[in-house]
Structure formats: C-alpha cells, structure tokens
Ligand binder design. Structure first.
Ligand code: FAD
Length: 505
C-alpha cells in the first residue's frame, strides 16, 4: 500500500520555480499536497528567457491564465517565428515560421508537391505557402480566426515577454492558490543517511523547509541535483560550442516586429526580441573564438537604439543532466541543463518537464520504474531538440571566420546526420517519437541553411503537373489574401493587449 505525498518543495524562484509553482498549485488543488517555494532575492534570477514557442498556449491553458491579462502584465508581444540572418552565408536570410506550409494534397506531404513543382521549373519559394511568414514580413499580427477548415489552421504564434514580469506574474498567481514562499538563501541540503533522499533545505537564517518531493529550480547552480546528489552533466559543447552570452535591453525602435531575429556574428549570434516597452538583445558566443570584451563591444555596436543599463554577462555549458530525476529530486529549468537560446526552447522544456512529472507523479514509494520512465521521456525530448539546434551550426556555407570553420567541421550526432542525408537525397523527413520540432520547422531550417533535396517522393506524380500548378496557385492566393486582411502587430497590441502606462518604462 502506498501513500500520497504531502509536501512538495520548489527550490528556486526564477521562471522554472514559478512556472512549476503555478502549474502544480493548479493541478494538485484539492489533493492535500502542500507546496512551498524557497528563493533568494540576494542571489536573483538569470533574468533572460523572453522568447517562447507555440506550445506555451497549452501551459497557459493548464494554469488558467487569460491571454490579454498575461500579455499586458508581461509587456508582451506576439511571435510568428524567427528570422535567421547571415546564418547560411553572409547576406542570406530565411524565416522559421510557426504553423505549417500549405496543405497536403495527393498522396504525399505538401512540401513534396512543392519539390515536384520546383523540379519542373517553378521557382516559388516555400515561404509563399506560409501565412505566418507573409504576416511576419509585413509586420502584421492578428489572432487566428476561423477553425480547422480555414487557412488559419496553418498559422501559429507564441509570445515575447519580459522575464522578470513573467516570474512576478506567476508568483502572484501561485501565491493566490496557496503556494507558500520562503525568502532566504539555502545553505544546506539535508539528506536521509540511509536512502540518500533529500529531507529538508536549511536556510541561512536557520529555518528549515522540509518536504517529500523536491524540484531543483536553482538554475545553473543546481544545488540539489548537482551539488548534493552529484548527478553527472553531459557536456554537449562539442556539438553546440557557444558557452557565453552578454545581454542588454535597449529602447524600442519603432513598432514591435512580430518575430525574433537571430543574426549570425563572427563567433556566435545575436538575438533581438521586441517587447512593448523595450527590445531584448543578447550576443551568444564561443569563448574559444571571442573575448568577453569583444563580444560585448560587438553587441553594443549592433543595437538599434540606446542600451538601458549595463550589459550582463552569463556563462553556460550546453548539455543536460544524465538523469533529470534522482531519488526524490527532479531538476526543472537550468539545473537540468541548457541547450542555448537559439530556438527559444528552455521555457518549453520547463513546461514539458512539469507536464511529464504530472503524468508520472510519484507517491511515497518513489517507484524506480516511474522515475526511469520520466527520465527516458525527458532525455528523448532534449536529444531531439539538440539535433535541431546543431543543424543550424553544421549546415552552413560560412567559412569566413575561425568559429564558422570550426562549426562546419563539427561531426553531428548520428541521428541528425541520418536526417540530413535522407533529406538531401529524397526530400523526406525522418520523424521520431517525442520530436518537438516537426515538419515545417525542419523544412525551413534545412532549406534555409542550404540543404537542398536532389529528389522528391515519386508519389507526388499522382497529381498531373498542370493540376498541381493550379492547386499551388490557388493556395498561394488564399494565403496572400488572408495575410492582407490581418491588422498590423502594433494595432492588435493597441486594441487589446497594451501594458498599463506605469509598467511601460
Ligand atoms: P534562474 O532564473 O537562475 O533561477 C534560479 C533561482 O534559484 C533564483 O530564484 C535564485 O534566487 C534561486 N537560488 C539559487 N541558489 C539559491 C540558494 N542557494 N538559495 C536560495 N535560492 C537560490 N529560454 C527561453 O525559453 N527563451 C529564450 O529566449 C531564452 N533566452 C535565454 C538566453 C540566455 C543567454 C540564457 C542563459 C538563457 C535563456 N533562456 C531562454 C533560458 C531561460 O532563461 C531559463 O530557462 C529560465 O529563465 C529558467 O531559469 P531558472 O528558473 O532555471 O534559473
């Protein structure tokens, strides 16, 4: 006979801690499980993490937030995808849109029809079949209208928001649902001598926060999973070489763009994330190819408007914990690993860890099989995202700096190498169970980075060429018409999502 847990302790109050608190307080309401969170204002949070991907809608739904209230409270804007500049080669641009390209017809995926048309001489870019891309490039954004039968079923969006305001918003929500916050620095992690399980956190002021299940949300410090339990970290810098970042906000420069921009630099890349009240900027780089001072100077030289405050330097090692759950400790957030911010996946990985934990929530027996399944599911998702990120670095024609020559010579993970090779030969995309990024994402980045298929699926020929051309033409028109009807991103924000004036500075 097993007993339910009675106390969950969340160590850390960054985005990971408060996302976990908001989700668990909602999901565990009425079960009698008490939730406590410990954080230290003196230590603070990593303070970045402002771009998201569409699955965040599921998280917001789960915790029961109202979209307008959430966007206003966080100074948020809408994100239709990411524009990549200078990645494949200097001067080249492509867009990774949320949502889908076109609509399948015939016996094959849509892009196979596009490849067949291309083989017959049609030079229309794939982006002409993406509503999110057309809207983004025109500075437009409107909430999707109509249902699954309309072109809006192919449209996807996420948000940009202020990381500090996001944590504050989730804190208010969590505390209103009974989460008890303890302010203070964790000095000691107390463990059971026999089982090795964590029993309590002792804070600097001598107080003790005891629990049954502990979520380690202490960021890169990884106080529980790393320092106390010694779970090894798998270092992936041989695949994802960037290991530093410098971040600085700047003043707004015109209406906010409805997308993130990632611009490749000599030893890494620079992000631009538009919010209502400022622009988030950062330069992610590899310390083997640029000094901190050089990286900071390059960032400051490439801002569109005056910086707000001093640049902030961050260090990291890409990779993940060998096991996200050990004993009665589950690592959520940066304590569990970091894949660098290239495709804005970290907040998603927090959300996903929470979802999987709720599906495999332990009882007091802490069944090892439950833990093993959790670890398998989490690892699978991290590994799949890793492959997608590595693709951006290895599939490039750039050889103009030592960093890019290094990247071109990275040996990709076997799983990625297989996927790239099959696509290059046949245009087919291997999909694996647990993939976060699916067809449209891989297509945009593979094609954008210059991996062009030599062939296409022969079954595309089930549609005669003139019929295919007609269908493709009609699809383009529908998508272009839909994009034309959308309001500007600025107008959508002004109508229903504007943050209160006092929070705009
Ligand atoms: P932190 O924010 O570091 O929080 C750790 C918490 O633990 C803090 O509350 C701290 O006070 C507490 N703590 C630590 N030690 C102690 C102690 N001894 N006692 C008490 N409390 C303690 N993600 C995205 O999804 N999109 C992005 O665009 C994005 N960009 C990023 C850019 C960079 C350069 C980096 C480094 C990360 C980025 N991320 C992004 C990741 C994102 O910032 C994190 O995943 C997210 O903020 C969660 O961080 P965290 O809560 O795990 O850690």
């Amino acid at each position: 006979m097993t007993a339910p847990l009675s106390r969950v302790v969340i160590a850390g109050g960054g985005s990971a801690g408060w996302m976990a608190a908001a989700a668990l307080s909602q999901a565990l309401a009425g079960t009698g499980v008490a939730i406590a969170l410990v954080e230290s204002e003196e230590i603070g949070t990593v303070g970045v993490g402002e771009a998201t991907i569409p699955p965040i809608h599921g998280f917001n739904q789960m915790i029961g937030v109202d979209e307008a209230e959430f966007v206003k409270a966080t100074g948020g804007t809408f994100k239709l995808g990411i524009e990549f500049v200078d990645w494949a080669k200097r001067g080249a641009r492509y867009f990774h849109p949320f949502g889908r390209y076109g609509d399948d017809f015939g016996l094959v995926p849509f892009h196979q029809q596009w490849l067949a048309a291309r083989a017959a001489g049609d030079r229309t870019p794939l982006s002409a079949y993406s509503l999110s891309t057309l809207a983004a490039m025109d500075g437009k954004f409107g909430l999707p209208q109509g249902g699954a039968q309309t072109v809006f079923a192919t449209y996807g969006y996420a948000y940009h928001f202020d990381a500090g305001r996001y944590a504050a918003y989730l804190r208010r929500l969590s505390e209103s649902r009974g989460v008890v916050r303890h302010e203070g620095r964790i000095d000691t992690v107390e463990r059971d001598a026999q089982t090795g399980f964590v029993r309590a956190l002792r804070l600097r002021d001598g107080s003790v926060v005891a629990g049954d299940l502990f979520l380690d949300c202490t960021g890169f410090r990884a106080l529980l999973i790393g320092e106390a339990l010694g779970v090894p970290y798998q270092d992936w810098s041989h695949w994802l070489p960037c290991d530093r970042a410098v971040a600085v906000p700047s003043a707004t420069a015109g209406p906010p763009l409805p997308y993130t921009r990632s611009t490749a630099r000599d030893a890494g890349w620079q992000w631009r994330i538009p919010l209502q009240h400022r622009i988030g900027n950062g330069h992610v780089y590899c310390s083997g190819f640029a000094t901190d001072a050089e990286a900071e100077a390059l960032l400051l030289a490439n801002l569109e408007a005056a910086p707000i405050g001093d640049p902030r330097r961050l260090r990291f090692t890409t990779g993940r914990r060998a096991r996200a759950w050990e004993g009665n400790v589950v690592a959520v957030g940066l304590s569990g690993g970091f894949l660098e911010p290239l495709e804005s996946t970290s907040l998603h990985l927090i959300q996903s860890a929470i979802n999987i934990l709720l599906r495999w929530f332990p009882d007091s027996s802490f069944d090892p099989a439950v833990r093993a399944e959790y670890n398998r599911l989490v690892a699978r998702e991290w590994d799949a995202i890793r492959d997608f990120l590595v693709l951006h670095y290895v599939a490039t024609e750039r050889d103009d700096t030592p960093f890019w020559r290094h990247c071109r010579n990275i040996t990709p993970p076997d799983t990625l190498a297989e996927k790239m090779a099959l696509f290059a030969r046949t245009g087919r995309l291997l999909e694996r169970e647990g993939d976060l990024f699916v067809e449209a994402s891989w297509l945009s980045v593979l094609l954008g980075q210059g991996v062009t298929p030599q062939g296409f699926d022969v079954l595309a020929a089930s549609i005669p060429a003139p019929v295919r051309a007609k269908i493709l033409g009609a699809m383009r028109l529908t998508i272009a018409n839909a994009a034309a009807t959308l309001p500007s991103h600025e107008a959508t924000i002004a109508r229903s999502f504007r943050a209160a004036q006092e929070t705009m500075s």
